[in-house]
Design a protein around this ligand. Structure first.
Ligand code: SAH
Ligand code: MG
Length: 218
């Protein structure tokens, strides 16, 4: 008897990265719901790394016939560089000595069978955001966690979330003893101040929706 096929979720769980299973499942549910709320609009992920979270988003996109634009320069965040807490020598390109997670991302998406639902965008988030012009059903921010990168991600992307769409933020720690401040202070709090409403919290994942125009005028 043949072994049962490996599911996309099992591939996500063996892919290098930083997305816990329960938060990945919550991300998937939130993306499906957001897609239903904003017909036809795509998803953006900022910070794909090796594709772990991307697989959950792409599986949701497949379910509703959408795509995820997966934005990353693939050179790693500050905390991924040599000598830092989240460094992994296996993601360094031996030729350049630089981190290069792009080949791992492509291979993971292929293995999970979701390649058709992902457009890989290799570049710096603020540069991509500057030229972006399409309203989003779902925007997931999990890029650089320093003050400047987090601020630029909020400024660059939150405004592209369509009314009724969703902004999901990873590594949000209201209690400073749990982790770094910038995703909380530079993305989560400004989003609430800008009128996004919190829908759910799972681990460090926060799911906020942009109140629809109709509701706001209500
Ligand atoms: N979402 C992934 C983890 C992302 S780690 C998971 O679930 O496993 C953060 C990623 O953000 C890294 O791959 C890094 O290269 C990327 N990144 C950091 N700053 C960036 C920037 N300014 N533009 C594009 N990508 C960036
Ligand atoms: Mg993260």
């Amino acid at each position: 008897m043949d072994a049962p096929p490996v599911s996309w979720r099992e591939i996500a769980l063996i892919t290098k990265g930083f997305m816990p299973a329960d938060e990945g499942d919550a991300l998937y549910d939130a993306a499906l719901e957001a897609a239903r709320a904003v017909p036809g609009a795509p998803f953006v992920e900022v910070g794909s790394y090796c594709g772990r979270s991307t697989i959950w988003l792409a599986a949701a996109a497949r379910g509703v016939d959408r795509v995820v634009f997966a934005v990353d320069h693939h050179r790693g965040s500050e905390e991924n560089q040599t000598g830092w807490e989240h460094h992994d020598p296996d993601v360094v390109d031996a030729n350049t000595g630089l981190i290069d997670t792009l080949p791992l991302l492509r291979s993971a998406l292929h293995e999970a069978g979701v390649e058709r639902h992902v457009v890989v965008v290799v570049g710096r988030s603020p540069v991509v955001a500057r030229y972006w012009n399409t309203p989003l059903a779902f925007c997931f921010i999990d890029g650089g966690h320093g003050v400047e990168p987090a601020r630029h991600d909020f400024e660059g992307w939150a405004g592209h979330v369509a009314p009724g769409g969703t902004l999901a933020i990873h590594d949000v720690f209201p209690d400073p003893t749990d982790g770094g401040r910038p995703p909380y202070e530079e993305i989560y709090l400004p989003a609430l101040a800008a009128g996004f409403e919190e829908r759910s919290a799972t681990g460090s994942l926060r799911v906020l929706t942009r109140v629809s125009r109709r509701a706001r005028e209500g």
